[in-house]
Design a protein around this ligand. Structure first.
Ligand SMILES: [Zn+2]
Length: 251
C-alpha cells in the first residue's frame, strides 16, 4: 500500500480513471494539495466524492499569493481558516523566488506563509511546503515551525542539495521524493541522503516528467525504484507507508 504525499488531483484530465488506476496499482490514499480558493473548494469536493481516497490539504500557493488582491487574499484565507478543521494538512504553501524577485514580493510570500502556518498550528495540522529557488529560506521556515509546534513538516520535492538534506535530517523534517528519481541518477542518489525515518514519496501530479504528465499511480514506481536501489536494501515499502502515516498522524 502506498500514499502519494503531494498531488494536485483536481488538475488531472480524467480524475475518476486516475483514481481507479491508482487504487489498482496499490495507492491507498493521496494528499491533495490546493493552490487558491477555487482549488481549495475543488479539493473539499473531491474529499466528499472520494472520502476513502482523498486526504484534503488546504493552502494558498506562494505563486498565487503574488497575484492576489487584498480582498482575494482575505476571501481565500478566510476559507482556509474556516475549513482547516476538516483537512489532513495545510499546503501547498511556501516560498517561490522564481516568481518573487523583489523584496516586497518576497515579504508578501513570507507573510502569507506565516499566516497559514499559524492556521496549521492552531489546528494541529502538518504542513506541505513548496520551496522553488528558495531552498534554504523555506528550510529555515520549516525548521522554525517544527521546533515551535512539534508538528510534522514536509518539504516536498526538496532533494536538491546534500548539505541542506543533512540539516533537514538533523531537524526531523520530512522530505518527499518524486518521479524525478525515475529519470535522473542524480535525483535518485540525492534521495538516498534523506533519513530513512523521514523519506516520503509523491508525484506532484499532473506535473510532467520526461515529457509525460504524472498521475497518482506513478507513486508506486517511485517507491519501488527507491526501495530496490536503496543502499544496503534498508528501505521497504512498509517503511515508506509508516513514514507517511507518521507525517499525517493527528496529535
Ligand atoms: Zn505541487
Amino acid at each position: 500500500m502506498f500514499i502519494d504525499s503531494h498531488c494536485h488531483l483536481y488538475s488531472l484530465s480524467n480524475i475518476e480513471d486516475a483514481i481507479l488506476h491508482a487504487r489498482d496499482a496499490g495507492v491507498a490514499k493521496v494528499v491533495v494539495v490546493s493552490e487558491d480558493l477555487q482549488t481549495m473548494e475543488q479539493t473539499l469536493k473531491l474529499r466528499d466524492d472520494f472520502p476513502e481516497f482523498v486526504l484534503p490539504s488546504l493552502g494558498i500557493h506562494p505563486v498565487n499569493v503574488l497575484y492576489m488582491s487584498n480582498s482575494e487574499w482575505e476571501r481565500a484565507f478566510s476559507f482556509l481558516r474556516l475549513h482547516a478543521n476538516e483537512c489532513s494538512c495545510i499546503g501547498e504553501i511556501g516560498l517561490d523566488y522564481k516568481y518573487a524577485t523583489t523584496e516586497k514580493e518576497k515579504e508578501k510570500q513570507r507573510a502569507a506563509l506565516h499566516g497559514q502556518m499559524e492556521v496549521a498550528a492552531e489546528n494541529h495540522l502538518p504542513i506541505n511546503l513548496h520551496s522553488r529557488r528558495a531552498l534554504r529560506q523555506t528550510m529555515q521556515e520549516a525548521v522554525a515551525f517544527h521546533k515551535d509546534t512539534g508538528l510534522p513538516t514536509l518539504l516536498h520535492w526538496f532533494a536538491h542539495s546534500l548539505k541542506l538534506l543533512t540539516r533537514t535530517n538533523e531537524e526531523g523534517i520530512f522530505v518527499s521524493a518524486g518521479p524525478s528519481i525515475l529519470f535522473s541518477e542524480d535525483a535518485l542518489s540525492l534521495a538516498f541522503a534523506i533519513d530513512i525515518q523521514l523519506i516520503l514519496v509523491e508525484t506532484d501530479a499532473p506535473v510532467p516528467f520526461n515529457g509525460r504528465p504524472s498521475y497518482p499511480a506513478w507513486v508506486v514506481e517511485v517507491a519501488e525504484k527507491l526501495v530496490s536501489h536503496y543502499p544496503e536494501k534498508k528501505l521497504s515499502k512498509e517503511k515508506l507507508l509508516d513514514n507517511a502515516q507518521r507525517y499525517l498522524k493527528k496529535p
